[in-house]
Design a protein around this ligand. Structure first.
Ligand code: PLP
Length: 413
């Protein structure tokens, strides 16, 4: 499908109208926001949902019988059903609200890990992981006297699965990899990874932070054991997200945070825990943001993820082609299957300088290690410049970035 057809189908200018933040000048130039892998912008309906909750029915959930509490509870639980459908989980009880992907991974490491990882066990990660999918496992491995093994990254930013097959063994208890890389854009062959890990009886956690806005997610088809996402990377609010876990695993895990909501009965002698998912939702949650999260997912579903991804890929293809015309450019992450992330360096120009000079032209990109220091070390670099595209970006904005880069190169060399 040509990008013209796709853009007509999903009407980019109408979509842009839904995002108030896009319509401003930054440093005297129209904003071109290419930092979507860090966090995406929010449509008006998400902002309105936050407003409506605080203006109209702010109340604590689950425990109240008054009208506002019931309304808030209904809205909160409606998001759970929407997340369930968004990732095609089997049951709403398998969806736990978290602060985001980091929180979801920490929940699994702390709860599943402390219950089921023992001395001598191995946890397999990949060289493409965000620090959020490395450090919780290191903490766990230290505590349990287990160890981590790493699937290496090839020069194009894909994983070396030959090594994965070699390091996978009966000792492997858990494999934690991302669905898509935030630094290189690589879409990982997670179905293959999950199936192989299961042959050895290992459980698999998928970090879906970068996939949720771009890729179809079907946790039943994937047969993953855990899948973590952040609302703010998929047009929703910050500070919330969801963790999917298979019912039998969640039921077998003890909670790692205690407090209100997660109990059935408390006495000083003995406490019994609530059923899933509430067992893992101690304390008053981020009610407003969870409610608004539904609007973000509905926005994606109504716009059509497939059409969105096709359009974003057309932007990526265009930007990839144009950037290679710049003198001294080197791309990081050249896999065939990528989400819309373009990571690059320009010989002789520090990435921070590129970031600052583009910002002066209203173009927002991210520079640095993108919370993937081991990956940067692997490539022998400190960081990259990263432009990551969302459905509201345009070719015209990319042209402005490319023109800016041409000028920077001219100016710096
Ligand atoms: N994993 C990946 C691949 C990410 O890109 C990010 C955020 O950039 C995270 C995990 C952490 O997400 P959050 O900060 O929303 O918890």
């Amino acid at each position: 499908m040509s990008d013209v057809a796709v853009s007509q189908e999903i009407n980019i200018s109408k979509i842009r109208e839904e995002f108030p933040v896009l319509h401003q000048n930054v440093n005297g130039k129209p904003l071109a926001y290419f930092d979507n892998a860090a966090t995406s912008q929010k449509p008006q309906r998400v902002i309105a949902a936050l407003n409506e909750y605080y203006k109209g029915y702010n109340a604590n959930i689950h425990r109240g019988i008054h009208t506002l509490a019931e309304k808030a509870t209904k809205a909160y639980e409606a998001t759970r059903a929407t997340v369930k459908n968004f990732i095609n989980a089997n049951e709403v009880e398998e969806i736990i609200f978290t602060k985001g992907t980091t929180d979801g991974i920490n929940l699994v490491a702390s709860s599943y890990g402390r219950n089921f990882i023992y001395e001598g066990d191995e946890i397999i990660l990949s060289g493409l992981e965000h620090h959020s999918n490395i450090v919780p496992w290191q903490l766990l491995a230290q505590e349990r006297k287990a160890s981590t093994k790493i699937i290496p990254v090839k020069s194009d930013g894909t994983l070396d699965l030959t090594v994965f097959n070699e390091i996978l063994s009966e000792k492997t208890k858990l494999v934690a990899v991302n669905h898509a890389s935030n630094s290189m854009g690589t879409i990982n062959p997670i179905k293959e990874i999950i199936d192989k890990a299961h042959q050895f009886g290992a459980k698999v956690l998928i970090d879906g932070a970068q996939a949720s806005a771009h890729l179809e997610i079907d946790v039943q088809k994937l047969n993953c054991d855990f899948y973590a996402i952040s609302a703010h990377k998929v047009y929703g609010p910050t500070g919330t997200g969801a963790l999917y876990g298979k019912r039998e695993l969640l039921e077998a895990m003890t909670p790692y945070q205690g407090g209100g909501e997660m109990i059935k009965d408390v006495s000083f002698d003995q406490t019994t825990y609530n059923d899933i998912p509430y067992k893992f939702e101690a304390g008053t949650p981020n009610i407003a943001d969870v409610i608004a999260f539904k609007e973000a997912l509905d926005f994606v579903s109504e716009t059509g993820k497939k059409a969105m991804a096709a359009y974003e890929n057309s932007l990526l293809d265009y930007a990839t082609k144009e950037i290679q015309k710049i003198d001294g450019v080197k791309l990081y992450g050249t896999a065939n299957h990528k989400v819309s992330v373009l990571s690059f360096l320009i010989e002789g120009v520090h990435p921070f300088d590129i970031g600052q000079m583009l910002d002066a032209r209203g173009v927002a990109v991210r520079t640095g290690h993108h919370c993937t220091q081991p990956l940067m070390d692997h490539f022998g670099i400190e960081g990259t410049v990263r432009a990551s595209f969302a459905v509201y970006n345009t070719k015209e904005e990319i042209d402005r970035m490319i023109e800016g880069l041409h000028r920077i190169v001219k100016f710096m060399k």
